[in-house]
Every structure is written in C-alpha cells, then in structure tokens.
Write a protein that binds this ligand. Structure first.
Ligand code: PMP
Length: 361
C-alpha cells in the first residue's frame, strides 16, 4: 500500500487570481434511473455511422492527429461558403473561446459579455490575464446589447455575444445584432457564441451563418457537442476572417483536436447520419416548446427558450427547487439565488419535471 501523502501546502508562487478561480462546475451524476439534465447534453448516443467512424479512428491512435483538421475544415468550408482557411477547428468551442481571448487580450485588457451567461467565460478571461466586464441581462433575461456597446472602453478587446444565451435560453435578434455591430469599433473582436444554433426555431433570431463575410471583426463559434451529440470527444469550430483565425491558431495548445473527434464530426456531417441527427434536434426543439408551454400553464415565468434547455427564474428558492428535482431523480443546474437551467432530454424526463414543478410554482 502507498503510505506517503501528498503535500497540502506549497511555497511555489502561483498566480493569485488563478488560485482564487473556482473549478469549472459539472452537474452531479444522476441517480440510477434518473435524468442528467445539467449539462445541455444530447440524450441520444451516437448514430451507428458516427460510432463506427469513431471506432475506426480509435484503431489508429498510436499516430498523432492532423494538427490542422484539414478534412473537417474542408467539409465545413464547403457548407458555409468559405475557404478552408476561414474555418478553425478546436477541442470544443470552449477551447476556441480561450484561443480567441488569448489572441486578442494582453493583461489588463477587457472582455465585455452579458451576465448571467456561459459559466466558462469569467475563468477564460482571468486565465488570459484580462478583466471581465459583465453587463446585466435585461429583465427578460436576454442580452442588453445597447448597454454592452456602452460598456466598450479603450481597453476592450473582445465582446462575447451568446445566442441563444446559456443559461437563460433567450436569443439575440438579427436586428438587434446588426445594430450592435454598427456600434462596435471595427478593431474590436466580436465572438458570436452559437453553441445551440441548430435548436433555434425563432426566425427573428440572429443566425451567424448568414453574417459570414459581412463584418471584418466577427467570428462565429459553433460546436458538435450539442445538436450533433459529440460532447465527449470535444470538437467545435469557428468561422471568421483568416487573420483572426490565424492568431487564434497560434494560441492553441498544439494537437488538441484528436483524430477520434474529427472522425466523429466528419461522419456526423455525412448525409444519412446528419439527417437522423437533425431529426433528433427537431424532436428536442418540439419537446422544448411543449415543456415551456406546460410550465407557463403551471404559472412559471419562463423566458424565451431557443436552446436545448429552459430557464426557471427561481431566485431565492433555487437550492430548494433543485433539491426537490434531485429527490425525484432529476439533476438540473442550479445557480443559487438566481435560477435553474434544465436541459431538454429524454422524453420520460418531461413528465417527472412537470410533476415536481407543478407543486413548486
Ligand atoms: N458556448 C456555450 C454557450 C455553451 O453552453 C457551451 C457548452 N456548455 C460551450 C460554448 C462549449 O461547448 P463545447 O466546448 O463542448 O463545444
């Protein structure tokens, strides 16, 4: 048996702001027969064609991957009408967010984003040595883009727009976004984080794919983690001006995107596989609408929901409501004092959710 214990103190000088960072939170595991609705994951395992491509790639993992993910970039480039150099692939879009922030920000520079939004943003900004400028969401839980434009200073290097916003679900409209882009100086980078783009059904919402080539300072970020069900292999992509992507390429840790991940993503884009994946997305979008309407009928105030999740503004009762859900087998993401984000998952989870929440309005 090993008897030595690891040291619990150190004299090594670590960056104090890093030591103070909370670790990235993942939901607790769901109880047996329960539902894990805390990470906005796709409830289905991969379609056969994708699973087979991943298994085949696994047989060659003694070799390093293609560092540039060229084949996947070519497929995506064709789809978005850009050159392969106009696509950057990363180890999940969270890695790409970090790469862009590192590419644009020096210590002391500012990154503006709405709050509450994706929990990873503050940590990524701090790691880059930059400063977060958080602009409160509007009363309807959406971005206040006018206030975000007002918050831009000489030190601002990046503005992150998350649509639909995680965790509140509210999208930015195309009109709002265009007005906003007119106000942002062209030498500041705008990251449009569209991790949930494929679930959007509201035609007024911004669609980054229609904006490509229109703004010299706009990068659109998407992922295979949600609609394409590949959260576990880590692959996302960015589309934008080549010099900005080149800079972000330089801030990546080399070889972060595995061949297993790109094989899965390439297979997911093949016609037959993608047709089934997008059919599942439709099912989830319909399920989201039904869940939101049922919750509103119960008396809950649910903001516009365009991702694969809904937001319950539970305020001071957040911990209590999350606990009641957990007792019923549902793990949701609680933001104490604020609200609860519940992913749209398995069909059977909807009934459980509704029966618990009915008594808690
Ligand atoms: N952006 C947003 C808004 C997200 O919610 C997530 C995942 N929770 C990500 C980016 C990162 O996704 P991934 O790294 O899996 O691509």
């Amino acid at each position: 048996a090993v008897t030595a214990s690891e040291p619990t103190t150190t004299q090594v000088r670590l960056r104090p702001e890093i030591a103070a960072l909370p670790a990235y939170r993942q939901g607790r595991p769901a109880p047996a027969d329960g539902f894990k609705l805390s990470s906005n994951e796709n409830p289905w395992p991969p379609v056969d064609g994708v699973a087979q491509a991943i298994a085949a790639a696994a047989l060659e993992v003694n070799r390093y991957p293609d560092a540039t993910a060229l084949v996947l970039r070519e497929r995506l480039a064709e789809r978005y009408g850009v050159s392969p150099d106009g696509v950057l692939v990363g180890a999940g879009s969270v890695s790409l967010l970090a790469q862009f922030i590192l590419a644009a920000c020096a210590p002391g520079d500012e990154v503006v984003y709405s709050w509450r939004s994706f929990e990873a943003y503050p940590g990524l900004v701090t790691v880059a040595g930059a400063t977060s400028v958080q602009v409160p969401n509007r009363a309807d839980h959406g971005h206040d883009l006018d206030a975000m434009a007002d918050a831009i200073t000489d030190r601002t290097r990046v503005v992150i727009v998350c649509s639909p916003n995680n965790p509140t679900g509210v999208p930015v409209t195309a009109a709002e976004f265009e007005r906003f882009m007119e106000r942002v100086p062209a030498d500041r980078l705008v990251l449009l984080d569209e991790a949930y783009a494929e679930f959007v059904r509201d035609d007024a919402s911004v669609d980054g794919s229609t904006l490509i080539g229109r703004y010299p300072n706009l990068v659109v970020l998407r992922t295979f983690s949600k609609a394409y069900g590949l959260a576990g292999v880590r692959v996302g992509y960015a589309i934008g001006p080549v010099p900005i992507l080149d800079a972000a390429r330089s801030t990546a840790i080399p070889l972060g995107v595995t061949a297993v991940a790109t094989a899965g993503a390439i297979a997911a884009l093949e016609d037959a596989n993608e047709a089934e994946l997008l059919r599942r997305v439709d099912v989830l979008a319909d399920r989201r609408e039904a869940l939101r309407e049922a919750l509103i009928a119960q008396g809950w105030e649910i903001p516009a929901a365009q991702g694969n999740f809904v937001w319950l503004p539970t305020g001071d009762r957040t911990v209590e409501v999350a606990e009641r859900l957990f007792e019923a087998g549902v793990v949701a993401r609680a933001f104490p004092g604020d609200g609860i984000r519940v992913s749209v998952g398995e069909e059977e989870s909807v009934e459980v959710l509704l029966s618990v929440l009915e008594g808690l309005v």
